[in-house]
Design a protein around this ligand. Structure first.
Ligand code: MSP
Length: 574
């Protein structure tokens, strides 16, 4: 056992030490990667995570956004690799709730719960997050709570590992602590603010939250020792997306960090996991929370998969995920994540949504009016990883009416209605007559469809979902132009067998098939209902089927439409 650890440390230093020129992440395509370290399992399925949500307040659309970004990528990966994990390691997609710490304890007290009953508050709010996950079709494979015994076990074990290997020491620690951020804030990141009583208070420049001077005996993690390795990992493995956040992390590292306090005296913080073998101290909530990603992988028993392939986080928590987390993992001898996607925030009138500002937007209410897939679509169509997006209901209403009702839904109803399509058929491709019958608009649409899957794939691979959706909408708009030009409602009466009409119906249904598979990761329910109406078999709802274009098929097949549906997306009126 001892020998294994020593060997592993050696291997690990080789992989991550800046002094080494042997780097596993350089070899993503060829030559083949070196054998995994002894304690790592093979990593076959993907492993995607969302941050776990604080239970001090109810879910808002910012939380939903993080979840939808992760879910969309997870669903996209499953479309691309439907058999991934079969007979091996199934994909993991985890989410959950972060339930320890002072601010949770305070929230429970504010609700009138006595000491010892904080868990009742956690149960209630955690359930709201679970409800959000279910109602908005977040297809997670695990929902972890930091108050679960399996997590307690993982955190205690992880702590002992860091401690036993000499990466944690006990010392007096003093500094400015922000309860809202659950972090010590360096003096250089503080500003003075008028407190409303004629005086001033110190607040964190980044979050605006007040800090209080704290002097206490703590356990300290030797963060500074790992910073060169973290910096090296960021520079050579390129895990942080978009790159602007990698630059920010590297700048922070250059500016310098101190070693990190990783416990609080129990007298100050009782709602947490006790430090093993020293129950006068409680483990720092961020160390506790980050270990959730190990908990869902099965730690400390045999890991089902490691490392995570994609971790989605908001920009406010990139320091914890891009610096502390890889440092903790390296110290414990575990590989850091392959990719971290950092997204920007939703604002209201230019201000970050937050409970303290009282400007939070409730996803459940919006879901009732705009549909849960409608809200998912808007969040990804308007939100970007690069910069903040401002939320207004008016903008959302206009966009959903224009794109889902008037463009996507309209295309389906125009070609599947009984007037235009009394036989309820998707005409087979007539190789002899259709090419000439397509006309200018039909030919342009066909060309657009041929290149669409690749364009969307590129955008989704870069997590630029709005651009993928933009390409899809452009193609659907072309299809609507084509329908208007062809006037099927007139042809259906006068010349129902005319190749101009039949080729148009065939091509438009093909457009709907392709665009529904492409939008499926973003709005799984609406896209599925289009695919049901088109009678597309479940086995053909995947990425590989996208390019089985109907005009390349040689054999005829029975193509009856599926059962009639309600209108795909009803216009929202004020
Ligand atoms: N509990 C920590 C995360 C621990 S992960 C080991 C936490 N929780 S949180 O509830 O405050 O935030 C969870 C996620 O929601 C973060 O990714 C955060 O960026 C995101 N959002 C919170 N407000 C947001 C917006 N206004 N806009 C977009 N995302 C936002 O941090």
């Amino acid at each position: 056992m001892v020998l294994q650890v020593v060997k592993f440390r050696h291997h690990f230093r080789q992989r991550f030490s800046p002094l080494s020129n042997f780097l596993v992440c350089k070899f993503t395509t060829s030559p083949p990667p070196p054998p995994p370290p002894p304690s790592s399992p093979p990593s076959s399925g993907h492993f995607i995570t969302t941050p776990i949500f604080y239970v001090n307040a109810q879910p808002h659309i910012g939380h939903l956004y993080t979840s939808v970004v992760a879910d969309t990528y997870h669903r996209y990966r499953k479309l691309q690799r439907p058999t991934e994990g079969e007979g091996g390691l199934p994909p993991i997609f985890s989410t959950g709730t972060d339930e320890h710490g002072m601010k949770i304890e305070k929230a429970a007290k504010k609700e009138g719960l006595p000491d010892g009953k904080t868990i009742l508050h956690c149960d209630k709010v955690s359930k709201s997050f679970r409800d959000m996950t279910q109602q908005f079709s977040i297809d997670c494979t695990d929902f972890v709570r930091t108050t679960e015994p399996r997590h307690f076990k993982a955190v205690s074990h992880f702590w002992e590992k860091l401690h036993d290997q000499g990466h944690i020491y006990k010392s007096e620690y003093q500094g400015w602590y922000s309860i809202a951020d659950e972090a010590f804030i360096p003096e250089s990141n503080l500003i003075e603010k008028v407190d409303g009583k004629g005086g001033t208070i110190k607040v964190s420049e980044e979050s605006g939250h007040p800090v209080e001077w704290t002097k206490e005996e703590n356990y300290i993690f030797k963060l500074t020792k790992f910073l060169p390795d973290v910096s090296h990992w960021i520079k050579t493995c390129n895990p942080i997306k978009p790159e602007k956040f990698a630059d920010i992390l590297l700048r922070w590292i250059d500016e310098g960090f101190e070693d990190l306090s990783v416990s609080r005296p129990k007298s100050r913080l009782s709602w947490g996991i006790p430090v093993p073998k020293d129950d006068t101290q409680v483990i720092y909530v961020w160390l506790d929370a980050l270990v959730n990603y190990l908990t869902v992988a099965g730690y400390p028993d045999k890991l089902n998969q490691w490392p995570p392939t994609l971790q989605v986080v908001g920009k406010d928590i990139i320091k914890f995920h891009g610096i502390y987390w890889p440092a903790f993992l390296m110290a414990a001898g575990l590989e850091p994540p392959k990719e971290i996607l950092c997204h920007s925030h939703w604002t209201i009138d230019g201000k970050k949504m937050s409970k303290s500002l009282g400007n939070v937007v409730d996803p459940f209410e919006l879901g009732k009016t705009y549909g849960t897939d409608g809200l998912r679509y808007f969040l990804l169509r308007e939100g970007t990883p690069q910069s903040d997006a401002n939320f207004t209901e008016e903008k959302m209403r206009r966009m959903l009416n224009a794109e889902l009702a008037d463009t996507f839904g309209n295309l389906l109803s125009r070609c599947s209605g009984k007037l235009v399509n009394p036989g309820q058929k998707w005409p087979d491709w007539d190789h002899q007559n259709f090419p000439d019958a397509l006309g200018q608009h039909g030919t342009a649409l066909k060309e657009s469809l041929e290149s669409l899957p690749d364009k969307v794939e590129t955008s989704y691979n870069e997590f630029i979902f709005y651009r993928g959706l933009e390409h899809i909408m452009t193609t659907i708009r072309l299809a609507n132009l084509y329908v208007e030009d062809t006037k099927p409602w007139a042809l259906a009466k006068t010349a129902p067998s005319d190749p101009v009409l039949l080729s148009m119906l065939s091509l438009v249904f093909e457009t709907l098939r392709i665009t529904s598979i492409l939008t499926f990761p973003v709005m799984p329910n609406l896209s599925s209902s289009v695919l049901d109406r088109l009678n597309v078999a479940p086995t053909e709802r995947n990425w590989a089927s996208l390019k089985n274009f109907i005009w390349e098929k040689q054999e005829a097949s029975d193509r009856s439409l599926g059962p009639v549906h309600n209108v795909l997306y009803k216009r929202i009126r004020l």
